[in-house]
Design a protein around this ligand. Structure first.
Ligand SMILES: Cc1ncc(COP(=O)(O)O)c(C=O)c1O
Length: 195
């Protein structure tokens, strides 16, 4: 599915990306022999599209067969409005990146994480990280730890707010359907209307 907007922007949804992956046709290859890494973001910002568990496993097969690193960016996980999807952390071939900025809603702490099953890559990340920064803020780390320990409460509040806000937005979109169109988000806290 492709969203087309009056101002010329064309936004392929995950459906289109997924079909392109499976087809991997010469006319429209998602990857070629030079591709080193494929990064996906689910729930996606800004469309709110999500990649289903089966689709993520197909992507894992596609990338693993070709020696391509698969990176799954999951900062809006686990906020969902339809089907729930699992973290790609369950797939040994996948690298997962996430942070506390979105689903946890505390961007000020500047805390994030990676889940990497490959020991050599982990060492490379450590080395690269050491070039950029000496350490995080101590207070940020303390607040992050509290939020993660209380994750059921914190994530529950985000889900509640996102669910309520989406209901309001659905009403607004219905009231203005003559000028606005959208594919309702399946996850996260953003949507991507067009006009
Ligand atoms: C999908 C996604 N990932 C990562 C970020 C970065 O968030 P931060 O810099 O607060 O960690 C954003 C910010 O909008 C985002 O939308």
């Amino acid at each position: 599915m492709t969203l087309r907007f009056g101002h010329g922007l064309v936004a392929p949804t995950h459906d289109a990306a997924y079909r392109a992956t499976r087809a991997a046709s010469p006319e429209c290859p998602l990857a070629d022999s030079k591709t080193k890494l494929i990064l996906v973001n689910s729930p996606h910002h800004p469309t709110g599209a999500t990649i289903g568990d089966g689709e993520m496993e197909a992507l894992r097969d596609f990338t693993a067969e070709r020696g391509i690193q698969l990176v799954s960016e999951e900062v809006y996980h686990p906020i969902y409005h339809g089907r729930q999807t699992k973290s790609a952390a369950r797939l040994p071939h996948a690298t997962v990146i996430a942070d506390l900025s979105k689903a946890f809603s505390i961007p000020g702490v500047r805390t994030g994480w990676m889940i990497e099953h490959d020991a050599q890559r982990r060492q490379q990340y450590w080395t690269a990280r050491a070039y950029f920064s000496v350490c995080n803020t101590t207070t940020g780390e303390i607040l992050s730890e509290i939020a993660i320990r209380k994750r059921d409460v914190v994530l529950g509040k985000t889900q509640e707010a996102a669910t309520q806000n989406l209901k309001l937005l659905e009403r607004f979109m219905a009231d203005h359907r003559d000028v606005l169109g959208w594919i309702p988000p399946q996850g996260g806290m953003t949507a991507f209307p067009g006009w």
